[in-house]
Structures are given as structure tokens and as C-alpha cells.
Ligand binder design. Structure first.
Ligand SMILES: Cc1ncc(COP(=O)(O)O)c(C=O)c1O
Length: 439
């Protein structure tokens, strides 16, 4: 099928996400391999966002493809009440690599469903109903997870499930809790404790956080924040739930992002990099204490495709590739290269305010003047950011441009040379935003 027919039929008969349909210009994609993908006309792109920050092992990895093909021949689907070899193997593997005491997993079809089930598990386990989440967050597009979500995608989906209390992040958008990490952490935790006082901590089942905030800014927590939050939760019998859907499976240079901070949550949710998106799978991992509770109490949740053998086979093969081919270490090893490139571009281009990263999870912010005003306002775009998007597209670099920032999240199989080549393209494109810099 040629590109034009592909685009025309997709637009005529299918709906696109988060958009008014007339305004969508889908990118036609015919094939993909490693860090690249190609249009039907043969134009090659560097995938600088791993599609949806999710194709962690890179496109078309032969071992993951083979595992999926093997599973098709062996067993495609059986009901969730059965035991299968992929389910047995993946459950065991996850219990070995996810830190103790998280040893028990419930499988879903994606991140939102993993979070839905985490809400359910937290409420059933604690007997409490309120959930605390943060404004700079995204937790999924279903009814309950839209309410967990802080970012503006929530607005049109309100009102939804009750019982969600949203709080400021340690890094709010327009002001700071302090200049240094210790102050930010201490002030934010004091503020959270005051919120708990107003809400009644005995009513709060869980606090949900992205261990490293993803879409809403690629924001690692300030030093001491996660351990402080863990202690706060423990003080009031509240569960800590970390959403690792985007930050997990090697993206930050560790298997799961919370592993950087010496804490273990009570519940962890995952998806995306769990299968590198070769097939749609999410999971909720729970602590031994929560797992024990559900030995004698019903877990009131289910899905037709829970523990689907095809998806679990893909996850197992994907995790083996991540570990055996050193891709998580590669993300950690390349972090200084990303930092160096970001610093170089910040020094060179007046329109660059700065960048940040952890592993191969990064973002650069653009400014329209030397006062640091963002190149596009919160939840909006601007001619400069549109022009940047077009420049990336012209030069065959695929990434997400969001508000006044853009993402830097390549597949974890990327080499240093490929990474520098991608930043060389970014460098050329930033001349475009420099032309909009007002001084
Ligand atoms: C942190 C986070 N949580 C949850 C989700 C929802 O996952 P899914 O789209 O697989 O339902 C996403 C998706 O981008 C995410 O980034």
C-alpha cells in the first residue's frame, strides 16, 4: 500500500487519540529496525522517542520476534484461570528481578489497566478509599486513571471516579519549593503531611507517583524525596504505588526507576518497556503482605486477556534481551553522553534553556527570551515549536515536541555514534528556534 492510500484510509475509517480528527496528519510507517523506521516511500527516520517511550530494545529484535512466533505455534490463548508455561516463567522471572518484597504479579493489557488494578488492590487491602496523586503526572486514559492523571488530558474527562486528591509535585511548574534538593524535599513533604491532616490519613489508601515523571517533564525526584515519601506513607499506613509504565524496564539505566533511590514501593505498575511494545502488556506487582491478604480475600478484578500467553512470551524474551545484551547498562553508560550533548547545545543555542536526563530518559526545554520564558505556554504550542517539529520531520528525526519542550528517548540499543548523530540533527534544527529567540 502506498503512503497516500494508507493515510487516507486510516483517516477515513479509524480514530486517532487525543485529537480532533480533521487536524491529524498521521506519519505513514511501513517497517522498522533497531533505532530506525521507514515510510512506505523509503524515507528513514531515527526514532528518538522509541515511539511512545516504549520500544526499549529497539525495533524488530529477532529474539523477541522468534519468541512470539514460537508461542503462536505452541498456544495462543487460554482462559485466565489456567496455568501456562509463559505465565509460570514470566512470574518467576519478574519475582527474581524486581526487588523484594514484590514477588507477585497481575497481568493486564497496558499501563492504565495496571493502574486501575493498583487502585483496586490498594482499596481492598487497606479498606480506605482516597488516593493521592500529583499534578505533573499521567497515569492512563481510562476513567479512573484519567482522574489519577494531573495533566490537562484529564480536564475533558471530568468528573470521573471520586476519591482522588491531587497535590503539587516536588517540582511544580511555575514555582519552586526551594533552591536546593534538601529544601525542596523537606518543604514538599511538610506540605504533603498537611494535606494528609486535612484529608484524614485514615481515609487514604495510597499515594501514586511516577518514580521519574515522564510526559510531564522527565523529572527525577529531588534527593531524599522518595525515601521521605516512603517514611510518610509508613507513618500513616498508606501504600506507596510507583508507576513505572514509562520510566521502567531500563529507560533510566536501572530495571525500574525507583531502584535509583533505595526504596521499594508496596505496589509497582509497569507496561510499555515490559514487552518493548511488541505486544500490549501491563502488570501490577504487589508486596508479599498484599499478596498474602489476597490469599484469603477475593481480588475483585479480571480481564478476558489476563495472562495472555502470547503477551507473556513476548515479555519474557524482551526482558532477556534487555538483560543479556546489556541494554540497561547501555542506558546508564550513555547518560553522560546525553548530558554532554545537552550542555553543548545549551551553550550554543540561545533558544535552549536547558536539558535533563536520567539514563536515556531526557527532555530539552526551549525559551523565548533570556528571562527563561517557555517557547510555548503550558498546554499550548507556538509557531516556534511548530517550526521545530517540522524541522525534525524534514531531517528524519522522530520525537515528541510538547508545549515548550521536546523528548530525547531513543531505544536502549542505540550506540554512542548513533546518539551523537541524532544530537547533530537536533543541533541543526535548533537554528530554527534560535530565529524566534527575542533576546
Ligand atoms: C506513566 C504512565 N502511566 C500509565 C500510562 C498508561 O499506559 P497505557 O497507555 O499503556 O494504558 C502511561 C502512558 O503513556 C504512562 O506514561
Amino acid at each position: 500500500m502506498n503512503a497516500e492510500e494508507m493515510v487516507q484510509l486510516c483517516k477515513r475509517h479509524t480514530m486517532y487519540t487525543w485529537s480532533s480528527q480533521a487536524g491529524v496528519t498521521p506519519l505513514p510507517i511501513a517497517r522498522a529496525e533497531g533505532i530506525h523506521f521507514w515510510t512506505p516511500d523509503g524515507k528513514r527516520y531515527i526514532d528518538f522517542n522509541s515511539q511512545l517511550m516504549s520500544v526499549n530494545v529497539g525495533h524488530g529484535h529477532p529474539k523477541v520476534r522468534e519468541a512470539i512466533k514460537r508461542q503462536v505455534d505452541e498456544l495462543t490463548f487460554v482462559f485466565p484461570g489456567s496455568a501456562t508455561a509463559p505465565r509460570a516463567r514470566l512470574g518467576k522471572l519478574l519475582s527474581e528481578i524486581v526487588p523484594d518484597p514484590i514477588n507477585t504479579f497481575f497481568f493486564t493489557l497496558g499501563g492504565a489497566e495496571a493502574n486501575e488494578n493498583a487502585i483496586r488492590a490498594a482499596r481492598l487491602y487497606t479498606g480506605r478509599h482516597k488516593i493521592i496523586t500529583r499534578y505533573r503526572s499521567y497515569h492512563g486514559g481510562t476513567n479512573a486513571t484519567m482522574q489519577l492523571t494531573g495533566d490537562p488530558r484529564r480536564w475533558a474527562n471530568e468528573p470521573g471516579m471520586p476519591g482522588i486528591v491531587r497535590v503539587m509535585d516536588p517540582e511544580p511548574y511555575t514555582f519552586s519549593f526551594g533552591d536546593d534538593d534538601a529544601t525542596k524535599t523537606a518543604r514538599n513533604l511538610e506540605y504533603l503531611e498537611e494535606v494528609l491532616m486535612y484529608e484524614g490519613p485514615q481515609n487514604v489508601a495510597a499515594i501514586f507517583i511516577e518514580s521519574v515523571t515522564g510526559t510531564n517533564g522527565i523529572l527525577p525526584p529531588p534527593a531524599g524525596y522518595l525515601s521521605g515519601l516512603r517514611a510518610l506513607c509508613d507513618r500513616y499506613g498508606i501504600l506507596l504505588v510507583t508507576d513505572e509504565v514509562m520510566a521502567g524496564f531500563g529507560r533510566t539505566g536501572k530495571l525500574l526507576a525507583f531502584m535509583h533511590y533505595d526504596v521499594v514501593p508496596d505496589i509497582v505498575t509497569m507496561a510499555k518497556g515490559l514487552t518493548s511494545s511488541y505486544l500490549p502488556l501491563g502488570a501490577m506487582g504487589v508486596s508479599d503482605a498484599i499478596a498474602k491478604h489476597f490469599q484469603d480475600n477475593v481480588f475483585w478484578g479480571g480481564l478476558t486477556y489476563n495472562s495472555h500467553p502470547m503477551l507473556l512470551a513476548a515479555a519474557e524474551a524482551n526482558i532477556r534481551v534487555l538483560l543479556d545484551e546489556g541494554m540497561i547498562d547501555n542506558a546508564a553508560r550513555l547518560e553522560p553522553v546525553v548530558r554532554e550533548e545537552m550542555e553543548r547545545l545549551t551553550a550554543k543555542h540561545p533558544s535552549v534553556k536547558g536539558g535533563r536526563c536520567i539514563g536515556l530518559f531526557g527532555m530539552m526545554d526551549l525559551q523565548k527570551n533570556s528571562a527563561g520564558e517557555p517557547m510555548a505556554p503550558y498546554n499550548a504550542t507556538s509557531p516556534a515549536m511548530q517550526a521545530l517539529k517540522e524541522a525534525f520531520d524534514d531531517k528524519g528525526l522522530f520525537t515528541f515536541v510538547r508545549w515548550g519542550s521536546f523528548m530525547c528517548n531513543p531505544p536502549l540499543c542505540i550506540t554512542e555514534a548513533q546518539l551523537r548523530q541524532a544530537y547533530a540533527i537536533v543541533d541543526e534544527c535548533l537554528d530554527v528556534t534560535d530565529a524566534y529567540f527575542e533576546g
